[in-house]
Design a protein around this ligand. Sequence first.
Ligand SMILES: NC(=O)c1ccc[n+]([C@@H]2O[C@H](COP(=O)([O-])OP(=O)(O)OC[C@H]3O[C@@H](n4cnc5c(N)ncnc54)[C@H](O)[C@@H]3O)[C@@H](O)[C@H]2O)c1
Length: 480
Amino acid sequence: MNRLNIKNICCIGAGYVGGPTMSVIADKCPNIIINVVDLNEQRIKNWNDPDFDKLPIYEPGLGEIVKRCRNKNLFFSNLIREKIQEADMIFISVNTPTKKRGLGAGKASDLKWVEACARQVAQFSKGHTIVVEKSTLPVRTAEVIKSILNEVEKSLKDNSEPKTFDVLSNPEFLSEGSAINDLLNPDRVLIGGENIHAINSLVEIYKNWVSEEKILTTNVWSSELAKLTSNAFLAQRVSSINSISALCEVTGANVKEVARAIGSDSRIGSKFLNSGPGFGGSCFKKDILNLVYLSEFFGLPEVAAFWESVVNLNSWHQNRISRLITKKLFGTLSNKKIVVLGFAFKANTNDTRESAAIQICKNLLDEEAYLVIHDPKVKFEQIEIDLEKNVLGNDSIDKNKLNISKGGNWHFADNLNKIFENADAVIILTEWDIYKKLNWQEVSKIMRRPSWIFDTRSILNTNDIKELGLNFWQIGDGIG
Ligand SMILES: NC(=O)c1ccc[n+]([C@@H]2O[C@H](COP(=O)([O-])OP(=O)(O)OC[C@H]3O[C@@H](n4cnc5c(N)ncnc54)[C@H](O)[C@@H]3O)[C@@H](O)[C@H]2O)c1
C-alpha cells in the first residue's frame, strides 16, 4: 500500500474532540509523536495538570489514557507555530459554531477558526503535509482550505524548500459521555479524500485498532455531508420521540411502551428512542442549521423546512416542559424553591453547550422561581455564563435562607445534602446515576407539601415515588 509514513502529528484544537481523539491515537500508536496545540492557555494548563481529575474535559476513561501517554508521545502546548512545522499530518479540530452575524447568520457555520488554521498551516508547515479536517464542516469546505494552501504552494514554486499539501476529511462521530469507548470501538471511520496515498496514510493509523472493513473511504464531499446528515438523523429521532411523548401524555399512552413497541421493528431499531427534555450538545442544532442553510443556498427550500422543523420541535419541547411545571405548581413559581438535578446536556460529561437545562432554567427564573442547581461535574461559573445570571452567594446552603423571598434567583449546590429541605419541586434534567440512587423516602419527608417530582429523563419508578405521597410527572407518561 502506497502511503507516507506518519511520524509526527499536530492537532490544532484541544477541545472535546481534539483532546480525547489524540489521546486515543497516542495510546494506540506509540511510535507517533502527537502534539495537541491550542490558543487557549488555561485549557492547555489544565491538560497538563498533575491532578488527572482536573483535565479540562470529563470523559470516563480519558484520565487513564492521558496518564499513560502524556509527555511520552502525547504533548499539550500553546506552541502552535513550532508544532505545525514539525508535523507531517495536521488535524484541524477547532470549533465551528453557528454564525452570529452577517451572511448566513443563525444557520451557517462560522468558519473563521478553520480559515485561521488553514492560514497558520500554510505559513508554518514544511515539506509535504496532510491536512485532516476533523471539525464538522459544511460541504465543500475542504475546497476553501485547499485554495488557501494552494496559493502558498504556487507562490513557493521556485523556493528551495517547496511546500505541498493534501486535504482529507475525517469527521468525528464520537458521542460525549462515551467518547473513549466510541473512539476505541467506532461503528465506522470515515475518510474522504482525493489522493490515495494520503488516504492510505490515515487508514494505516486507524488500522492499529480498527478493523479495515470499518474504515470507509469516500470522496471529500460525501464525507463532509455524511457527518452533517448523521447528526441530523440522530436529532430527528430525538425530536420524533419527544413529539410522541407529548401526545402520550394527553392520550393516556406511555412513551416508553410506544418506544419499545416501535423499536422492536428491525427497520426502526431500538436505539435513540428515549424521550427526554430535548436534545443538547454543541453539535445537533448547529449541524442541522448548517444543513438548512446549505439546502436554502442550493435552492431546496422544502428540504430546508423539513430539517428546520426538527430544531423548532426541540425548542418547543423545552418550553413545553417549563410551562407544564409552572402550571402544576398552581401557575406561579414566585417564592417557590425548585431543586434542579443536573445541568450537563447528558450524563457523564461536563459539557453544557445547548443543554436543555439552560432554556428550562431560564424560563423558570423568568417565573421568579428560586432554583437550587446541582450537577456532579458542571462548575457554578459555567452555569452563571449559561444562565446569564450570577449565582446567589457561594456559601453553603443554609436551611433558614431557603424559604425567604428570592424570586428569580439561583443557588449552586455542590452536594446533595439538605438541598431538598422545604423544596416545592425537584426536576431531574440530566440522567446522572447518583440521582437514580437518591433516597426518595428521605427527600419526601423534608420537602414542602404539596411536593412535586418532575422526571424529564424517565429514570425513576413511578410507583415508588407515588407511594411516598409525592406528586409525580414523568416525561411521556399519560398512564401514571
Ligand atoms: N463535541 C462533540 O461531541 C463533537 C463530536 C463530533 C464532532 N465535533 C466537531 O468537532 C469540532 C470541535 O468541537 P469541540 O467540541 O472539540 O470544540 P471545543 O470548542 O471544545 O474545542 C475547540 C478548541 O479549538 C481551539 N482553537 C480555535 N481556533 C484555534 C486556532 N486557530 N489555533 C489553535 N486553537 C484554536 C479553541 O481554543 C478550543 O479550545 C467542531 O467542528 C464540532 O462540530 C464535536
